[in-house]
Design a protein around this ligand. Structure first.
Ligand code: HEC
Ligand code: HEC
Length: 270
């Protein structure tokens, strides 16, 4: 009896280990990550709790860290290879110096990234909600225009023709395409207050196409070889001639620009 139970538990254990190693996450990496997080990172960051104003925090929340970042950026950040995000320091209201972020080894960074993916996924984020491969150049340009029209530039920096422009009060967005998970960024945009309440962050009242244009624009920031979607190369345009398709599409784009620009003017007058 006992022996049989032992065998059952034993094989369950072996199966579990197999499962974990098939994901490339070992139990010892996970406990190592937990140790680093609890000894170091939680001195400044929160890993759980409810969203709160940045003026009550010491550092950005990592509650949803498993959904927010692209992994290469996260590893780069933790190993000290990424540019600071807050030029004036996160709490510029307390001190104007940006302090150096603690650095961990490559293997600890990977263990932490695995830990986040396992324990800090944000259930509010719908995987696949935003399709980066469908962002057109026109849409991204419209997003860039909206970014300025909605005063985002007052608090966030971006890269325009190789120059960093904008205000440094909040997160630098010039590398956002390398940094953010697209689906997290889209969910953030749906209602920023779900992440950073009472922080002065712009309360979005954009329509979905407007929001998608801004997110598409941000996902192209910092990505030199960003591949824009060209509807005239897609299956729907297969039968039409390429030049006719291009002319047609540009025409639609031009009309839409006029209409949307008018809508935005009305918003500003209202
Ligand atoms: C002394 C306080 C402090 C400690 C300790 C600390 N951080 Fe940070 N962290 C910050 C600050 C401040 C920022 C904002 C970045 C900036 O100022 O440019 C930040 C930014 C980050 C970011 C990017 C956040 C975002 O989305 O804007 C991540 C990820 C991060 N830290 C992870 C960690 C991890 C993991 C550890 C533990 C190994 C850690 N931090 C330890 C203060 C700290
Ligand atoms: C009044 C200043 C202000 C304006 C204007 C503003 N933001 Fe923000 N933004 C913030 C603050 C504050 C946060 C919270 C992060 C932080 O603590 O700095 C934030 C956060 C963000 C983040 C997430 C940053 C991160 O990594 O956690 C994105 C993306 C963003 N804003 C985009 C926008 C867009 C797009 C607009 C225009 C529609 C905009 N912001 C307008 C202040 C501003």
């Amino acid at each position: 009896m006992n022996m049989r139970r032992g065998t059952v538990i034993g094989s369950a254990f072996i199966a579990l280990m197999g499962l974990m190693s098939s994901f490339g996450v070992s139990a010892s990496d996970q406990s190592r990550a937990k140790e680093v997080l609890q000894q170091t990172c939680v001195q400044c960051h929160r890993l759980e709790g409810k969203p709160d104003s940045r003026f009550n925090l010491k550092a950005p929340d990592l509650i949803w860290a498993g959904s927010k970042y692209r992994r290469p950026w996260l590893i780069g950040w933790l190993t000290g290879k990424e540019a600071p995000l807050y030029a004036k320091g996160y709490r510029w209201d307390l001190t104007e110096v940006s302090s150096k972020h603690p650095v961990v080894t490559d293997s600890d960074a990977n263990a932490i990234a695995d830990y986040f993916a396992e324990h800090n996924k944000d259930p509010r984020v719908t995987v696949g909600a935003f399709d980066v491969s469908k962002v057109t150049k026109y849409e991204a340009d419209f997003g860039a225009m909206a970014f300025k029209a909605h005063a985002c530039l007052g608090c966030h920096t971006i890269n325009e023709d190789g120059k960093i422009i904008g205000g440094p009060q909040s997160t630098a967005l010039q590398a956002s395409g390398q940094r953010y998970d697209k689906d997290w960024l889209y969910r953030f945009g749906l209602n920023p207050q779900d992440f950073v309440p009472h922080s002065g962050e712009f309360l979005a009242d954009a329509t979905d196409p407007q929001l998608r244009a801004v997110i598409g624009y941000l996902m192209s920031q910092g990505v030199n070889d960003f591949k824009y979607y060209e509807p005239w190369t897609s299956a729907e345009f297969d039968k039409a001639s390429v030049s006719r398709g291009k002319a047609l599409y540009k025409n639609i784009a031009r009309n839409a620009t006029g209409r949307q620009a008018k809508e935005m003017d009305q918003q500003h007058l209202a």
